[in-house]
Design a protein around this ligand. Structure first.
Ligand SMILES: Nc1ncnc2c1ncn2[C@@H]1O[C@H](COP(=O)(O)OP(=O)(O)OP(=O)(O)O)[C@@H](O)[C@H]1O
Length: 296
């Protein structure tokens, strides 16, 4: 049964910068169930981060609404935690202190000091960082920083976890390890997750549904693909699974056939427009010359 935990309702986003108006998102409608893992994929610049920022409450949409667990989202809040691609840890704090900062803020009323301490350790251990509590961000690797960022986000017990290309800056092996960790944590905690990715394999491996955005400007949801692969998922076994490869192909087809066609059509239209503009300018020049000759 669908419980529509999160709904994004007819969201439009238009930016105004230096007198120029640009519509980035148009009519985005999406409902997400509690415990669902959603991946958002689309070509660079189509508006994925803008959409995530609207759900996070960091950006206010031009129109439409985001409703989370019956409440409209109007500003950032502890019920939505975000993990960005570039680890956003405070460099002067230790690993423990980075997580403590979030926990002390969000759990001050629900947990006493000893319980908060235990909670911080538990979340850091869950991402395999229990051994590095006293290290500062400069002393740990990129993958480790991302693990701490995930621990910090999870420790806030958000209703929705928002991941903006969380593994985008990592090497392939570290990335694969973290994907495994996220799948294990997801199995254990059943978080509701929206993740932006450019990686088709990552999207298919981790998600319950893949939301594919059309090219901007005015990006829309082009297609939504249900990934009906049983969990737990094993990347090695899936590599030979025809269903996995079918889902992969579907996403690739959307990104590199359908959306490329749209792009080339737009380019052709642009080219025709430019040609017409050029011919019109030529006509006007000729007419101006004729008028000048007539005057002479
Ligand atoms: N604050 C802003 N003011 C003006 N334009 C913006 C702003 N934020 C984003 N944009 C524009 O909105 C469009 C979509 O940007 P966004 O970062 O959401 O895309 P994206 O799909 O996440 O891109 P990428 O995959 O490259 O990260 C871009 O053209 C960008 O320049």
């Amino acid at each position: 049964m669908s419980n529509r935990y999160l709904s994004i309702e007819n969201v439009d986003m238009t930016f105004h910068a230096k007198g120029v108006e640009s519509q980035v998102l148009k009519g985005i409608d999406l409902t997400v169930d509690r415990g669902e893992y959603i991946a958002i994929i689309g070509h660079s610049g189509c508006g994925k981060s803008t959409l995530l920022n609207i759900v996070a409450g960091l950006t206010e949409s031009t129109s439409g609404a985001v409703i989370l667990d019956g409440k409209e989202v109007n500003s950032p809040g502890p019920d939505r935690s975000v993990v960005f691609q570039n680890h956003s840890l405070l460099p002067w704090l230790t690993v423990y202190e980075n997580v403590a900062l979030a926990v002390n803020k969000t759990c001050a009323r629900t947990k006493n000091k000893a319980e908060r301490h235990e909670w911080i350790i538990k979340n850091l251990e869950m991402v395999g960082m229990g051994h590095a509590l006293d290290k500062r961000p400069a002393e740990i690797s990129g993958g480790m920083k991302q693990r701490v960022g995930i621990a910090r986000a999870l420790a806030m017990e958000p209703k929705v976890l928002l991941l903006d290309e969380p593994f985008g800056a990592l090497d392939a092996l570290t990335r694969a390890h973290l994907q495994e960790e996220v799948m294990r944590i997801q199995d254990e905690l059943g978080n509701t997750v929206i993740m932006i990715t450019h990686d088709v394999d990552e999207a298919v491996l981790l998600s319950d549904r893949i939301v594919m955005l059309t090219n901007g400007p005015s990006a829309r949801i082009g297609e939504i693909l249900d990934i009906e692969l049983p969990r737990p998922r094993d990347r090695i076994a899936l590599a030979d699974d025809p269903r996995y490869n079918h889902y992969r192909q579907e996403v690739l087809r959307f990104l590199y056939e359908k959306q490329r066609k749209v792009e080339s059509l737009a380019q052709r239209r642009g080219a025709v427009g430019e040609k017409e503009k050029g011919e019109k300018q030529k006509d006007e020049k000729e007419k101006a010359k004729e008028r000048a000759r007539a005057k002479a």
